[in-house]
Design a binder for this molecule. Structure first.
Ligand code: ME8
Length: 495
């Protein structure tokens, strides 16, 4: 089964921050999980580089737009790499191959009769690259609710997309699949927006020069959001050096709730208008906040993901983000919270378990897994169920149940007491106990691979089963007796 998944492509007008890391990490966990299930996965991320906002940021930095984009896009690519994300391609909307296809798409829309010319007058926020109606803005002064800056009045001759014609097709799409947009609250939000009536929107800009020229009117550029959304399809056509869109389209999209309407309403409509299948599904996650504010560069309340990775490693950050905030909801993240989870859950619960299990096998059984059967209950079915509901936090929660059960099991069995006994029954109980612990560490590594891939690899190496992350091995009882075990250096050293 092919599984194709995307993150939003991030604006290069500011440097990468924790919010960007969040969606990327969540997408990576899903991509890795589907790969370990043997599916053929295409995982896409990248940067959104056109539009007035980027041109302004470039000018402020005293650089040409392209130079500026090269510089900032490289930082996003670096973040993705440092997060240990397993993306199959990193798209940039300034790729020639992308630009060419955006123009072709516009021609398709025009030829299908879904575009027309008109004058546009409206209130525009450059920060959002979006028009607003007065009642959506904060009064007095027409202030953008997101950027807290006044919007501008814009009037120009534009090419319009007949979004209003797509109300029925969109509602049918939503009716066919009640989980088309997840979670349910977001489905309802998108659906009621569609029901309330849709206005056509302008897909060209006379005033923005940093963009893809409209093929039949090159003095105008294509609206940056149309250009950006199209990345999800164009990447499949050229990213791997061959066209894999027949295999991988439609994709599932992950996005933050700030860009719900464009993704859940405009994008499926544009695709249907051009004769393409709409996205498979959209998962809309919440905002990471710091206290009760959205975390954003302009508000200056950002945890620097790269600094955390330098200090504690990518796995610590990945784990914290997906564990702390219920996937789909808003949630507050803090450096203190991260340090607490690192010390309490990664170093203590998991790190100690791995270190004790392997040390005892080395000490009591010469590093060889004894005969036995695993006495702990498998959790793979429950974890799989959580993944199928896209409940990443829930999956981690179930996995942590096994980590805790394994730690309780050590305390109850007290292998160090059994080891001192000469009785045959005690020695056999010690064998079973040690087998159970080694196999639990192995099973946990398979289950945790989507979340903390580097640590999971080290766990598998320690229990002599390197690289064995396939989902068939996520249950218990798969570690053959006789396997050689070694004690690794601490997985999560204390700072
Ligand atoms: O919107 N909490 O780019 P962008 C959680 N280029 N997630 C957050 C976040 C936060 N505080 N801040 C950002 C754009 N994100 C467009 C998208 S797609 C065709 C074009 C994440 O750089 C979240 O995924 O503003 C959000 O949707 C995205 O970054 C916005 O990134």
């Amino acid at each position: 089964m092919p599984f194709s998944l995307t993150t939003p492509i991030y604006y290069v007008n500011s440097d990468p921050h924790l919010g960007h890391a969040y969606t990327t990490v969540a997408a990576d966990a899903l991509a890795r999980h589907h790969r370990q299930r043997g599916e053929d996965v295409f995982f896409l991320t990248g940067t959104d580089e056109h539009g007035a906002k980027v041109a302004q940021a470039a000018a402020a930095a005293g650089m040409s737009p392209k130079e500026f984009c090269d510089r900032v896009s490289a930082r996003f690519r670096d973040l993705v790499h440092r997060l240990d994300a397993s993306n199959d391609f990193f798209i940039r909307t300034t790729d020639r191959e992308h630009e060419k296809r955006v123009q072709e798409f516009m021609v398709r829309l025009r030829d299908a009769g879904h575009l027309y010319e008109d004058t546009y007058a409206g209130l525009y926020c450059t920060g959002c690259e979006q028009f607003y109606s007065e009642d959506e803005l904060e009064q007095p002064g027409n202030i953008c609710p997101l950027h807290k800056t006044p919007v501008e009045r814009l009037e120009e001759e534009n090419t319009f997309f007949r979004l209003s014609a797509f109300q029925e097709p969109l509602l049918e799409l939503y009716d066919r699949d009640r989980e088309y947009v997840m979670p349910r609250a977001r489905y309802n939000e998108a659906r009621s927006f569609i029901e309330s009536g849709l206005s056509d929107f302008s897909v060209s800009r006379a005033t923005v020069s940093w963009g893809v020229p409209l093929p039949w009117k090159p003095e105008q550029t294509i609206y940056v959001w149309v250009d950006a959304l199209l990345n999800y399809r164009t990447a499949l056509e050229y990213g791997l050096g061959r066209d894999v869109s027949a295999t991988f389209w439609p994709s599932m999209h992950l996005l933050g709730k700030d860009i719900l309407r464009l993704h859940c309403v405009s994008w499926p409509a544009l695709l249907m208008a051009a004769g393409y299948e709409p996205p498979r599904r959209l998962f809309v996650h919440g905002y990471l906040t710091s206290g009760d504010q959205k975390m954003s560069k302009s508000l200056g309340n950002v945890i620097d993901p790269l600094a955390v990775i330098d200090e504690l490693g990518a796995d610590a950050l990945r784990f914290y983000l997906l564990r702390e905030v219920q996937w789909g909801q808003d949630g507050s993240v803090t450096r203190d919270g991260l340090d607490r989870r690192y010390a309490g859950e990664l170093a203590n619960d998991l790190g100690n378990l791995v270190s004790r299990a392997t040390a005892m096998i080395v000490r009591y059984r010469g590093g060889v897994v004894p005969e036995g059967r695993c006495e702990l209950e498998p959790v793979d079915a429950a974890v799989r169920e959580r993944f199928e509901a896209f409940d990443l936090t829930g999956a981690l929660d179930v996995i942590w149940g096994l980590v805790r059960a394994a730690n309780r099991y050590v305390e109850e069995r007290q292998p160090w007491v059994l080891a001192r006994s000469q009785a045959a029954a005690d020695q056999s109980l010690l064998d079973t106990t040690l087998y159970t612990l080694a196999d639990a560490v192995r099973s946990l590594a398979v289950l945790l691979h989507p979340f903390i891939p580097a640590s999971a690899d080290r766990m598998l190496e320690a229990v002599g089963d390197p690289g064995a992350v396939a989902w068939e091995r996520a249950g218990v009882g798969h570690l053959p007796p006789g396997t050689e075990v070694s004690q690794p250096p601490p997985l999560f050293p204390r700072a």
